[in-house]
Ligand binder design. Structure first.
Ligand code: ADP
Ligand code: MG
Length: 275
């Protein structure tokens, strides 16, 4: 290829990179060929490229949001079996997945015993928010308190607090599993306070509200916290049988049916397997 032909392409590549239009750069030759074939004019050519760039940009943003959220696992409502937890209002959860509550700065509290899908639903709502391009953070209550204490010791508490307050959605999982120190409770309280009416917070807990004082220690602090958290709140009632327990029991029943015995046998050794 001679220099005269190459130069505009090299320059174009340079400019598109500077303008942060990677999809334009990657696709323009292909789209130009398609447009020539379809006899599409220049505005149509540019429109097609602009649409591709926008789609790609959205996809990249969603990927960035998911990475930044630090989800321990990616779960969605597609894999959630609502029939397993009749106390949970399915319509409400599906509505929440549309994320309008985030624009309204409403909070969500999922309450229930262990294994009923609270974390699963919280992860799914977090993913839904990421898919709408919203900033999300996911952490356990213990992990968050640990981060706050560490930040305080390293004199960067204000920065961390500002980061936490700026998230559109903060998910705090497993509040109540470990009692908090007085400092821990106060730091956590400040997070709720600073997010109040600025963003949405999802809290999952195995404790009913009456028992929250035992986590936060002080009754006054718990009262003030519940006051802020429940100002605009949707409660997800998730008391029921543990999903994992139910699954393993169902598997065992199937095994029994298969062998025709009253106890499942190991398919290879024939030994009774009652674990
Ligand atoms: P919790 O946070 O309430 O203790 P989890 O959300 O961690 O419970 O659920 C335990 C496991 O069971 C997870 O792997 C989760 O994906 C699965 N699970 C729980 N409930 C359901 C459900 N209704 N449908 C599908 N999977 C579920
Ligand atoms: Mg959980």
């Amino acid at each position: 290829m001679s220099g005269a032909i190459e130069t505009p392409q090299v320059l174009l590549a340079h400019h598109l990179k500077a303008l942060k239009l990677p999809t334009f750069l990657r696709e323009y030759a292909k789209v130009a060929a398609e447009c020539a074939k379809d006899r599409a004019d220049h505005p149509k050519f540019l429109l097609r490229l602009a649409e591709l760039e926008l789609l790609d940009r959205e996809r990249r943003l969603v990927e960035r949001r998911i990475r930044a959220a630090h989800f321990p696992a990616v779960k969605s409502l597609d894999t959630f079996d609502f029939t397993a937890i009749p106390s949970l209002n399915k319509m409400l959860v599906l509505d929440l997945a549309r994320c309008d509550y985030i624009n309204a700065h409403d909070n969500i509290i999922a309450l229930g015993n262990s294994g009923t899908g609270k974390t699963h639903v919280a992860l799914a709502l977090g993913l839904a928010a990421c898919q709408r391009g919203l900033s999300v953070g996911f952490m356990t209550a213990a992990g968050l308190v640990h981060q706050l204490m560490e930040a305080r010791d390293e004199r960067r508490l204000l920065r961390l607090q500002a980061q936490l307050a700026s998230l559109k959605l903060l998910i705090i999982d497993e509040l109540g599993y470990v009692p908090l120190s007085q400092t821990g409770a106060e730091l956590l309280f400040e997070v709720f306070s600073q997010r109040h009416e600025r963003g949405s917070t999802i809290v999952t807990s195995n404790l009913p509200f009456e028992d929250w004082t035992s986590v936060f220690g002080a009754e006054r602090l718990t009262g003030a916290l519940l006051d802020r958290l429940t100002h605009h709140v949707q409660i997800l009632e998730m008391n029921g049988e543990s999903y994992r327990l139910k699954q393993s029991r169902a598997r065992r029943r199937k095994d029994i049916e298969k062998t025709g015995d009253d106890l499942p046998h190991d398919p290879e050794t024939g030994e009774i397997n009652d674990s």
